[in-house]
Design a binder for this molecule. Structure first.
Ligand code: ARG
Length: 456
């Protein structure tokens, strides 16, 4: 039997009921629904709208329902319309008339808007904590590999020498911004829609501030139409989650490359790699490929939410029921990815000799060679051209700038002397890059401290 049975002469068609129902995906909000109802009933009693006896029966009944759902004693009926209907129906079955009074001065429209905010608030906290943990793993590794020289790339071509610690810290910066975005979205969504009712408030003398305070909100939604039909927070959160997935996906892509025999910069722990059913030699970075792949799901969830909302007139429309599957999927996916990504990264080992070998082979000290000539008073543009000629010579001779004899240097430019070898030494190139935000080991260690402080 539906909640809205008075006006109707027939039961709802079975297929329509299945189509209309959201119980299969909103039952996960049972706790929030019950907490919201307890706060609402307490307010109704405080305002003299229901009696103290009704309140105590309601609270007792709702708490029993919560415990029984938690311990598996009470199964949520998959044929009910949604979690709100189920809880109210179950309460009324148990306590009769008092249960029927619970919905005074409330609608499912403000109820669902409330439940989803309460639910997502906790979800934000858990992703936030996971990001904190991930940043912690990154700073530990960055500290360990602060002076591990590797090639830095642009266009996927070896460009200039950096340190592995420096490279890792770039991800820490992205993830710190991700945390800020989540916290920011949370602060905006943390206001209570309860008491907006169906769309137009109520004639009862309710106290919206009281329920908002009881439920840990910073304030109340100030316009009842907006309160019930705002889903900005879902869009904002899906957007923040999408950006997190962009970052995890880029990181994953690099890990996949680094694991390949062409790079072999890192080794993933066996516990976080998979084999092939046919090729015995294979050790595959499946986790990172899945993270990269799953980013598409989360972007899809964001697109679904934007599209679902864009043409909706005020106030509530049933389209909005679609918010939950999308935003829940986005959170589930991000959490699932982080849960495996964090220990995978934690157990990853770097192979510094291979990184150094790659850094030594690709003329990544050419800029330093040019800078050396600038130090001798040659304008940068000319120094750049001279170094280009040296690189071409090295390529012809099949050698590197480090191994090119001084004679060859001098033939191209008389300003060169023995000092050039110090200037293009990889460790020096990296150690001297002390400009703010640069890869020098001393910078990396300073940045590790800064990131740790911000990550507290
Ligand atoms: N299951 C609905 C949802 O998720 C609850 C609100 C229903 N309100 C209504 N007027 N039908 O959006």
């Amino acid at each position: 039997m539906q909640l809205w049975n008075g006006r109707f002469k027939k039961e709802l068609d079975e297929k329509t009921n299945d189509f209309n129902s959201s119980i299969s995906f909103d039952s996960r909000m049972y706790k929030q629904d019950i907490d919201g109802s307890i706060a609402h009933a307490s307010m109704l009693a405080a305002q003299g709208i229901i009696s103290a006896e009704d309140l105590s029966e309601i609270v007792k009944g709702l708490n029993e329902i919560k415990t029984e759902i938690e311990n598996g004693q009470l199964l949520i009926d998959p044929n009910t319309e949604d979690i709100h209907t189920f809880v109210e129906g179950e309460l009324t079955k148990r306590i009769g008339a008092a249960g029927k009074r619970l919905h005074t001065a409330r609608s499912r429209n403000d109820q669902v808007a409330l439940d989803i905010r309460l639910y997502l608030r906790d979800e934000v906290d858990s992703v936030y904590e996971m990001l904190t943990e991930l940043i912690g793993v990154i700073t530990d590794k960055a500290e360990k590999y602060a002076s591990c020289v590797m090639p830095g790339y642009t266009h996927m071509q070896r460009a200039q020498p950096i340190t592995f610690g420096h490279h890792l810290l770039a991800y820490a910066e992205m993830l710190l911004r991700d945390k800020q975005r989540l916290a920011d979205a949370k602060s905006r969504m943390n206001c209570s829609p309860l008491g907006c009712c169906a769309l137009a408030g109520t004639t009862y003398d309710t106290d919206r501030e009281m329920t908002a305070k009881a439920l840990g909100f910073d304030g109340v939604c100030q316009n009842s139409l907006d309160g019930v039909s705002d889903r900005d927070f879902c869009i904002e959160l899906a957007s923040a989650l999408s950006i997190i997935m962009v970052h995890l996906s880029r990181f994953s892509e690099e890990i996949i490359l680094w694991c390949s025999w062409e790079f072999k910069f890192i080794e993933l722990d066996d516990a976080f790699s998979t084999g092939s059913s046919i090729m015995p030699q294979k050790k595959n970075p499946d986790i990172t490929e899945l993270v990269r792949g799953k980013s598409g799901r989360v972007f899809g969830d964001l697109t679904a939410l934007l599209t679902m909302m864009k043409g909706l007139p005020l106030a509530y429309n049933k389209d909005m029921q679609e918010d939950k599957e999308a935003i829940f999927d986005a959170f589930d996916t991000v959490k699932m990815c982080l849960k495996t990504f964090i220990p995978m990264l934690d157990t990853m080992t770097a192979l510094p000799e291979n990184m150094r070998k790659a850094a030594a082979g690709g003329f990544i000290n050419a800029t330093d060679c040019a800078d050396y000539l600038v130090g001798k008073g040659i304008p940068f543009r000319d120094a750049y051209k001279t170094t280009g000629e040296l690189v071409a010579l090295c390529i012809d001779k099949g050698t590197t700038l480090e191994d090119l004899p001084l004679e060859d240097y001098k033939n191209i430019c008389t300003e060169f002397d023995e000092g050039v070898y110090d200037a293009i030494n990889l460790d020096n190139c990296v150690n001297n890059r002390t400009s703010l935000g640069g890869p020098a080991p001393e910078n990396v260690l300073k940045q590790v401290e800064r990131v740790k402080e911000l990550n507290k």
